[in-house]
Design a protein around this ligand. Structure first.
Ligand code: NI
Length: 271
């Protein structure tokens, strides 16, 4: 049973979680084996380094309703070196059967001292690899809206801008490119201004729900460990601002995820 909402079916699909992270070491198996019972039909476990991408793939191989994404996050490229040295390793990881996307990748200008040139090199290289392998991408954009949008316009990938933090106008440009907008717990935060507006205006067929677990638990659990069950709260907030039914939001976003990640008949069996 989902602790936050009554659901007739496992309607929640979490398009972005990090269940391989240490925060889940103490109860990972218990949590993941109960997800379906708790209303969660599936989740994509995202990598941010090559090492934890490998862990994401290994975890997805253990559970039929978990999928993996492999990629190197802009916050981790400083130590990694040049993309070309790691391309083959990443490519072979991406060919694992449970991998449904390349990510998370992107630009992060939040912290001083990040190497923007190196971030751009990794992002461009990974977008080219995704195109070659026909995989969707999970885009991270923190304080780098203009450059992110320019890169998306140049490469035109399939994919999602996860934990979207840009303006409603940027959201419109992103969806016009055929990409998805990922919204998570931060849409419920008291000081959230643009995200509820984005949630209201984004076409439903371009919306994905996510946690970024263990981070970004929705209010009133902000700061606590987040897991996919919390999406019920995020979806309720989005339903409220849109004036729509929460089950409708969950059902459509689940279908959107199924389409983007190309989840086949075995996924149908799971729901
Ligand atoms: Ni993430």
């Amino acid at each position: 049973m989902n602790p936050y909402i009554h659901l007739t079916q496992p309607l929640i699909f979490d398009s972005h979680a990090h269940y391989q992270f240490d925060a889940f070491d103490r109860d990972r198996d218990e949590l993941l084996s109960n997800l379906k019972k708790d209303g969660v039909c599936g989740a994509v476990i995202c990598g941010s380094t090559l090492e934890n991408s490998r862990a994401a793939v290994a975890l997805a191989e253990k559970y039929p309703n978990l999928y993996a994404a492999a990629g190197v996050h802009p916050g981790d490229v400083n130590e990694a070196g040049h993309f070309a040295e790691f391309r083959n390793e990443l490519e072979s990881l991406l060919k694992s059967p449970k991998v449904v996307a390349l990510g998370e990748i992107g630009l992060d200008y939040h912290y001083d001292g990040t190497n923007r040139e190196l971030q751009a090199e990794w992002l461009g290289g990974q977008l080219e690899l995704a195109a070659a392998l026909k995989l969707p991408v999970l885009i991270h954009d923190r304080d780098a809206h203009a450059d992110t949008l320019a890169v998306l316009k140049e490469f035109k990938p399939r994919g999602v801008v996860h934990c979207f933090s840009g303006s409603p106008e940027m959201a419109e440009e992103v969806t016009r490119l055929g990409m998805y907008i990922g919204l998570g717990g931060s849409v419920t935060f008291k000081n959230a201004k643009t995200q509820p507006e984005v949630a209201k205006r984004v076409p439903i067929e371009r919306l994905l729900l996510e946690t970024d677990a263990p981070y970004l638990a929705p209010a009133p659990f902000r700061g606590k460990r987040c897991d996919s069950r919390h999406i019920a709260i995020t979806a309720a907030k989005i339903a409220e601002v849109r004036g729509e039914d929460v089950e409708y939001i969950l059902r459509v976003t689940r279908e959107n995820a199924r389409g983007l990640f190309n989840l086949t008949s075995d996924f149908k069996f799971l729901i």
